[in-house]
Design a protein around this ligand. Structure first.
Ligand SMILES: NC(=O)c1ccc[n+]([C@@H]2O[C@H](COP(=O)([O-])OP(=O)(O)OC[C@H]3O[C@@H](n4cnc5c(N)ncnc54)[C@H](OP(=O)(O)O)[C@@H]3O)[C@@H](O)[C@H]2O)c1
Length: 314
């Protein structure tokens, strides 16, 4: 089967499409015939070696964490799926591999694909929507009527966070460049702010949740615009974030949290229900054939992608 791999850390030219064996399916695993995958910043960081302490350096490394496709084979110890079922999901941890014709996954990493979405659309959802859901619900305890600010609202995670915050009946302020404001209002944002001309941290606002998706608004800068019990959540694993999380671990007032997305079948079911009810929709900037995966990585590295980049598997 075809699989996108790299044999050394480096720039996009290290990515190769190679022929490898179809992986064996364990007793408690499902073999998926992948129809579409999506690219995330994580793929580009891993490829460059930025997470080498976590990935190790066992080459070749495979790439891609989101997938949609059809069940090809079900391990003998599993029930609930049959050959041909349309599924979607994500890998967790640091080993990718969804940009390939076949993929072996564990039961918590997949669920039935939303019936109203194409394979391309379904592949655009898992990692970013679970990140947004787990940040807002599990870390920040979002409630109806909360005022939520999302910094980096136009990207993969941000565009899902806007929609998921609306599912919880929150009021959403979205921060992005001006060219994305109409797009974000159409997704449900109540108010949009352009980071080029407005410093949100100097405003008179008081947010119940500040979700720093982009990763350039540190907790201490944001405190003046957080409500007394407000929660700041970051997506970015870096020392200042860890320090703020540690410092506010037992705080009864403002606190800092870090989301680390995990694959979860119940959360994939929740996302499917919202998608089928028309409450959330995937946002795809561009679809690339597997042969052009390097171009998808290049676009992801621009840091100005609107929504997601999807890769179709022939
Ligand atoms: N911890 C976890 O489990 C987890 C999970 C998922 C993602 N992440 C991390 O979260 C971050 C975002 O991921 P993503 O998939 O959403 O990335 P992405 O899709 O590449 O985000 C691109 C967006 O960033 C916006 N942006 C660029 N410069 C900005 C600025 N100065 N201020 C505010 N927004 C700006 C752009 O909007 P404009 O074009 O309007 O500027 C663009 O739409 C990445 O670092 C990723 O690694 C972590």
């Amino acid at each position: 089967m075809k699989s996108a791999v790299f044999h050394a850390f480096g720039d996009i030219d290290v990515i190769r499409i190679v022929d490898v064996e179809i992986p064996a399916t364990g007793e408690s695993e499902v073999l998926v015939r992948v129809r579409a995958a999506a690219v995330n910043p994580k793929d580009t960081f891993i490829r460059k070696g930025r997470f080498a302490a976590l990935t190790g350096s066992g080459f070749p490394m495979r790439t891609g964490f989101d997938f949609s496709g059809e069940v090809g084979h079900v391990g003998s110890g599993l029930t609930g799926y049959k050959e041909g079922d349309p599924v979607y999901g994500m890998l967790d941890g640091w080993e990718g591999g969804t940009c390939a014709e076949y993929l072996v996954v564990k039961p918590h990493q997949l669920s039935i694909k939303p019936t109203n979405l194409s394979f391309e659309e379904a592949a655009a959802l898992p990692l970013v929507s679970l990140t947004a859901l787990q940040a807002l619900r599990d870390e920040a305890h979002i409630k109806s009527g909360f005022h939520v600010c999302i910094n980096g609202a136009a990207g993969g995670v941000g565009s899902m966070a806007v929609q998921i915050a609306k599912c919880f009946d929150a009021t959403v302020t979205a921060i992005s460049s001006r060219q994305n404001h109409k797009f974000l209002r159409d997704l449900g944002a109540n108010r949009c702010i352009d980071y080029h001309d407005t410093d949100i941290t100097s405003s008179q606002e008081r947010f119940d949740i500040f979700f720093d998706v982009f990763g350039n608004q540190l907790f201490d800068n944001v405190r003046p615009i957080l409500a007394p019990k407000g929660v700041w959540v970051s997506t970015v694993l870096r020392p200042e974030v860890g320090e703020a999380v540690e410092r506010t671990r037992d705080s009864k007032g403002q606190c800092a949290r870090l989301v680390i997305v995990r694959a979860d079948r119940e959360d994939l079911n929740q996302v499917r229900q919202w998608a089928e009810a028309g409450l959330i929709r995937p946002v795809i900037q561009q679809v690339f054939p597997l042969a052009d995966i390097a171009a998808a990585h290049r676009q992801q590295e621009s840091k100005h992608t609107r929504g997601k980049l999807v890769v179709t598997i022939p």
